[in-house]
Design a protein around this ligand. Sequence first.
Ligand SMILES: *Cc1c(COP(=O)(O)O)cnc(C)c1O
Length: 391
Amino acid sequence: MTERNVPLLDLRAQYRSLKPELDAAVMRVAESQRFILGDEVAAFEKEIAEYLEVPYALGVSSGTDALLLSLMALGVGPGDEVIVPTLSFFATAGVVSRLHATPVFVDIDPVSFNIDPGVLEQAITSRTRAVIPVHLFGQAADMKAIMEIAQAHDLHVVEDAAQAIGVRCGDGRFAGTIGTTGCFSFFPSKNLGCFGDGGLVITRDPGLYHRMKIMRVHGGEPKYYHKIIGGNFRLDALQAAVLRVKLPRLEDWSRRRRENAHNYNRLFIEAGLAEEPGRTTFDERNAVLLPKEIHADAQPGLYHIYNQYSIRVEKRDKVMQYLRERNVGCEIYYPVPFHRQECFADIPSAGGSFPVADEVARTILSIPVYPEMTKDMQRYVVETIAEAVHA
Ligand SMILES: *Cc1c(COP(=O)(O)O)cnc(C)c1O
């Protein structure tokens, strides 16, 4: 097997393919010397709102701030409870605690890795104000079931779509466009990444949009007159200019990620490491558990955009060691569920039992799936994993 170098993500390859346009966009902002909001941000907001088929989009400073601003604008605060899946990036729960509200952890589904609607309803109390479903790894949570429960209990739904821009839910609508707000991140490792930090919050509610827009600039309206308290949650003009170049390429990149994912599935099955996607238990013929596209058979569309292609392996430490020694990037998303985080030790729900999240955290492993990677590289990755499993 020829040695190769396969990073988890190759941002330079993407930059090379768009360099003249990206450099021109950055220079355009430099020439204008207009760095804060202005035409670039407004134009990007219009373009991405059209793409996502929503009336309102607000560029913000990060995905974390999109979540924080949503909860602030909805008035979530002390005494309130917000339900979150216990396995996600830290921000999903962190923003709740920062507002002195209480995150309530619930378990995830073993196939989709998303919040399990079956346990969501049991977590609702008279204090519950909102739920934050996460579209983890780029596959939509079960929004139909979640919205039914939320509506029955009068809860806000703040969608954490940080890893899921451009993915469709079962009914064909975009993830992030169904709840009260949808929150996106343009962190460089997301499918649509900028040159630093950036984020977006979308909504269909004009009142909420205007409130968030004012809160994005400290809550002053008019400037220096404050009825409400906000923060500095602005997207930079430079980032907006970069994102305007990349947005038209997003679907193509997501399609290539999907092709890579499907190719991986085939390679793992051919190598005798797995029988089919979506298995949840290990045995001799399933040393590797493959991710499954829940709506693969629905109408044509992007039902998983593979921000991460995440397999599960029993001997994870060994597999990671083999991959790293052979120059293949890999990462654990996420090694510690919220209920086991030290900072949440005093949260009442942290004492609960979350067997699926625990088992997923023990075995999950994300491997390279970026659009520019070659079939050869994928073969090398699967061969390396096979070696580790059989060692
Ligand atoms: C990346 C991410 C965030 C936070 O986005 P930032 O832009 O890094 O603040 C929130 N939730 C999830 C699930 C993420 O993957």
